[in-house]
Design a protein around this ligand. Sequence first.
Ligand code: ADP
Ligand code: MG
Ligand code: MG
Length: 213
Amino acid sequence: ESQAGAGSVQEIIELFAEVCATHEAELGRLDAVAGDGDHGQGMVLGTRGAVEAGNKALTRGAGARTLLVHAGTAWAEAAGGTSGALWGSALTAAGRALSDSASPDEAAGVEALLNAVEAVQRLGGAQPGDKTMVDAAAPFAQELQKQFQAGGGLAAALTSAAEAATEAAASTAQLKARLGRSRVLGEKSLGTPDPGATSFALLMTALAQRLES
Ligand code: ADP
Ligand code: MG
Ligand code: MG
């Protein structure tokens, strides 16, 4: 028997894996413009590794916290690339905001998401405008915090935050990459949105839709 909240956390990881599988080719094409073209593959491998680790954790009776910490480690290992390391640390950081014994409430969910974004910023060291995942994740976190504090509830706050991430990800097309593999081909990336910002927005949109339904 698994601990409180672990099952719903695992469902979210499975949702992420489905979304990455659906968008694998598109994310690969975006990364091929100024990067090495493996972003779709990295996200698919990473989420698949996370699903497997999550299932193992569930079998052992892990709670939400432990499940996410293990899933994050597995994501980074299975994906290999930069975004895999960042997403891995994001899941692990999200887990550290939760407990193993209590089902996460809405405030804990927000805390977990904000922790995840913070981990990406800390580990990657990217600033807004560098044309990375942070360009979608930072406005997402800001909007999530603002809307949740306004009292509308998690699902509504997340929907509005995911919209902010989607707009911000699209706007990265106007930027030149300065970090990551695409930095050498920064000029080439003009006109194409950042792959990591795009996948971040896709995952948060799917999560928001899941919570709204
Ligand atoms: P790799 O660059 O190792 O092939 P991916 O193709 O999977 O990894 O991921 C590329 C994405 O990683 C970029 O589009 C960008 O969003 C993100 N990224 C790269 N470096 C950083 C960083 N320092 N901080 C945040 N995100 C980053
Ligand atoms: Mg790549
Ligand atoms: Mg690569």
